[in-house]
Design a protein around this ligand. Structure first.
Ligand SMILES: [Zn+2]
Length: 416
């Protein structure tokens, strides 16, 4: 019992600023009245709730409530999500102080911008990718402060581009700039130059954004120390800024196109300019002939567009399939051109087949027969998706018989 009280007092003092003896006295009084320990703890916390203790980011653990901290917004992105059939905006990014960098989600618009230093009161934390993630809700108070704070300086960890996952910070990575462009953004009334493009090494490619002019140009091979990875448009993105070091290297990087194991793509939550191979394990039900709105190109149902009402739909052919290479699986979307290439029949062919059979389902059946269990090589980029990493194909080809055999053997071995 005594040990329990000591522990409970420690836990209370982690959350509120108060005198240890006072807290212990209060806690014992509640317990003497027969209040269960957990309830007594909450009651004492409530009593001192007005003065929540400010924590450093490194001291925040998973599943805490009533968190109070001061931190700087390193990155922030707006995202629309559907919660119980209503669309709402959420904001995701990274917060940092001199002790750590943590991911956060804001469930309402606090008007936060990159570079803001804020005092947060009454946030909570959950677990994400093995680390705490701060959650700012309706009940969280956010106050902008007019001073700057230092961000943690630690020895960056070296990564290959293929291993970069959203949420990582303190990243060291080297690569060749395949493209770069400059644009201007306005932050808090101030115009800033931002540089974005594509960086590649021998393992993969990644989009990047540089918030400072490092004098970079296409073809440069560089080493970046102190970068961050966030998720943007369904793929990881590398961010570096005035807190990062960038060094030009006198070396060449040869970019080869070779297939990436699918588990790597799944772990990273997507990627750009991917080359992948696998066996088709499912043809999704929305594959086949679909009709699109002539005005907005949305898929329509029963001649009705959710945006434009009754319209004359335009026929289109598309395939969404599940591709598995034995290490992981992704969805792949094939547009009309690539579908026609793989099926060796045109949309017009399928429209007449469907009209004759008076059933569009016949097209699905044929796609299923032709592609199921076949091995494919796909090139493309991942797109925003909620459930499974989804690749929008730019090129697709059936693998040759021997390659196909090899792929089937890999799958068999992995399935035992
Ligand atoms: Zn429309």
């Amino acid at each position: 019992m005594e040990i329990d009280i000591e522990k409970a007092v420690d836990e209370i003092l982690e959350r509120v600023e108060a005198d240890r003896e006072e807290v212990e006295k209060d806690l014992r009084r509640f317990l003497d009245y027969g209040v269960p320990l957990e309830q007594a703890k909450e009651a004492v916390i409530n009593k001192y709730g007005g003065i929540l203790k400010e924590k450093k980011l490194k001291d925040i653990k998973v599943n805490e409530r009533g968190i109070c901290t001061v931190a700087k917004v390193i990155t922030i992105d707006e995202r629309e999500v559907e919660v119980r059939n209503t669309k709402r905006k959420i904001f995701r990014g990274l917060l940092g102080d001199e002790t750590a960098v943590l991911p956060f989600t804001a469930w309402k618009d606090f008007g936060l911008q990159r570079g803001d230093v804020i005092r947060i009161k009454n946030a909570s934390s959950s677990e994400w990718e093995g680390q705490p993630r701060l959650s700012l809700s309706e009940w969280t108070e956010v106050e902008k402060l007019d001073y700057d704070i230092d961000l943690i300086k630690r020895t960056p960890k070296k990564y290959n581009i293929i291993d970069l996952k959203p949420g990582l910070s303190g990243v060291e990575v080297r690569g060749k700039i395949l493209s770069i462009e400059e644009r201007e953004v306005s932050i808090g009334g101030e115009t800033k130059k931002v540089f974005s493009g594509i960086l590649a090494d021998e393992t993969a490619k990644i989009r990047f954004t540089a918030w400072k002019d490092f004098g970079l140009k296409e073809g440069d091979v560089i080493k970046i120390k102190g970068g961050y990875i966030r998720r943007w448009r369904g793929a990881p993105q590398l961010i570096f800024d005035e807190n990062s070091e960038v060094e030009k290297l006198d070396e060449e990087i040869v970019i080869e196109e070779k297939p990436i194991p699918l588990y790597k793509v799944v772990e990273a939550g997507g990627g750009i300019d991917l080359c992948i191979e696998g066996v088709v394990l499912d043809i999704r039900k929305d594959s086949g002939i679909i009709f699109r709105c002539p005005k907005c190109n949305r898929r329509i149902k029963n001649g009705v567009c959710e945006e434009d009402g009754n319209v004359d739909g335009v026929a289109d052919l598309r395939i969404r399939l599940l591709l598995d290479d034995g290490t992981g699986a992704v969805d792949v979307i094939l547009n009309r051109e690539l579908s026609e290439k793989l099926l060796k029949k045109s949309l017009e062919d399928y429209l007449s087949i469907a009209k004759e059979a008076m059933d569009y389902g016949i097209v699905y059946d044929e796609i299923f027969d032709r592609l199921m269990a076949k091995a494919l090589r796909i090139k493309g980029d991942s797109i925003q998706s909620d459930l499974i990493v989804t690749i929008f194909a730019r090129d697709a080809e059936l693998l040759q018989i021997d390659e196909q055999k090899e792929m089937e053997e890999i799958l068999m071995q992995l399935e035992g």
